[in-house]
Design a protein around this ligand. Structure first.
Ligand code: SF4
Ligand code: SF4
Length: 385
């Protein structure tokens, strides 16, 4: 048998991520053989403008930690002879400054629709005509970020929101929200701008979430990207943390940590895993080193629209469907005309339901609607206790 090659052709790569066929769902393009090369070829042809609104720049810092492809490959590598990645604007890493770089933004505002990807980091300040977030001047007149987005977004093929702030408001939108912070998608809707929007939330987002998302858009177009009801790519946000958490078995048995430092399920310490969709249990952070729950901290739900101020960090999330994942033995079985509990999972169910009931009631009262569903999704992970 000859030596086996793992290189993919461009065609097989596009087929693998679903372009022209099945949409990408539940799989990351990052692990595909030949990804780096094909990604590089594709990205070389599409300029990316990355603007900062109300943010801490943590999302940029996180993205700079991308490993595959490395940020050097992404930004500096000669991806095909004579061509480089076309990151046309990024306030943190670009070498230029002053009028020249602002002119880059102005020039892109005159391009044909669909000629670049607009990445927005941070939420938009809209009160008082956006005066609380100004970036650059033209002829001595400051330009608000609201204005930049209003003029750039219609010319973009897609707007990719990096981080929870641009996706949902996040920390800059905390009550009483004195600067009128808006999620970018709400602002575009208000302005009647129909450019597709993809949300890559997280405080900050994992670098893979951003790189994988933008690579998919650039290579396959938006049709290659399957998203959930909050506009998040299913490849990264398709399953509940709770369903893939190594402490899930303890939850089902009703074994809860009472204080930080105990190696038990952190539900009673405010863990938002049952209402948070992300692949952190599998992907882990800092090159796969660890993740929040793995290091003893409850998940604070940093990728969800209600992060961080709608509920206290210590509130218990409501458990809508506190049954074990599908790959667990059943917790109930028919006995004659009744139903009998067959595993200890019922204890966790009962405890969780009682503990969450008060929160559910107060949240429903506050919002006038039910709390976010925490249904069973993506049971394909490590669920061992
Ligand atoms: S409540 Fe939190 S710590 Fe407990 S199983 Fe669910 S995600 Fe894991
Ligand atoms: S475990 Fe929760 S808080 Fe931590 S990064 Fe993932 S979604 Fe955010």
């Amino acid at each position: 048998m000859g030596e086996q090659t793992h290189e993919m052709t461009r065609r097989s790569f596009l087929n693998a991520i679903g372009v022209g066929g099945t949409a990408l769902a539940g799989a990351s393009v990052l692990g595909l053989p030949g990804f780096n090369k094909l990604f590089a070829q594709a990205i070389a042809e599409v300029p990316v403008l990355w603007v900062h609104a109300g943010s801490c720049t943590g999302c940029s810092v996180s993205a700079l930690n991308s490993l595959s492809p490395t940020i050097q490959d992404l930004l500096l590598g000669e991806v095909i002879p004579g061509k480089h990645v076309s990151l046309a604007f990024h306030p943190t890493v670009m070498a230029g400054q002053g009028h020249d770089v602002i002119q880059v933004l102005q020039d892109y505002k005159k391009k044909d629709p669909g000629s670049f990807v607009l990445v927005v980091e941070g939420a938009l300040s809209t009160k008082d005509h956006g005066v609380y977030c100004e970036v650059g001047e033209i002829k001595g007149k400051p330009i608000t970020m609201m204005q930049h987005v209003r003029e750039l977004a219609p010319k973009a093929m897609a707007v990719v929101n990096i981080g929870t702030c641009s996706s949902y408001g996040g920390i800059p939108g905390a009550p009483p929200n004195p600067t009128g912070i808006m999620p970018v998608s709400d602002f575009l809707k208000q302005e009647g701008i129909k450019t597709p929007v993809v949300n890559v939330p997280g405080c900050p987002p994992h670098p893979d979430w951003f790189v994988g998302t933008i690579a998919t858009v650039l290579i396959g177009g938006l049709e290659a990207l399957a998203v959930d009801q909050h506009g998040r790519p299913l490849a990264f946000f398709g399953g509940l943390i709770h369903d893939n958490c190594p402490f899930r078995g303890q939850f089902d048995k009703g074994m809860f940590a009472q204080h930080l430092g105990e190696k038990k399920c952190l539900y009673k310490l405010g863990c938002k895993g049952p209402a948070t969709s992300a692949d952190c249990p599998h992907r882990r952070w800092n090159s796969g080193t660890n993740w929040c729950i793995g290091s003893g901290s409850p998940c604070i739900g940093c990728v969800e629209p209600d992060f961080p101020y709608e509920n206290s960090m210590y509130d218990l999330v409501h458990i809508h469907e506190a049954t074990p994942p599908d790959n667990y033995p059943p917790i109930v079985s028919q006995q004659g005309n009744g139903i009998a509990v067959t595993t200890t999972g019922a204890l966790g169910v009962a405890v969780g339901a009682v503990a969450g009931a008060g929160i559910a009631a107060s949240r429903a009262k506050k919002n006038g609607s039910p709390a976010p569903a925490a249904g069973k999704e993506g049971n394909d992970g490590d669920t061992s206790a």
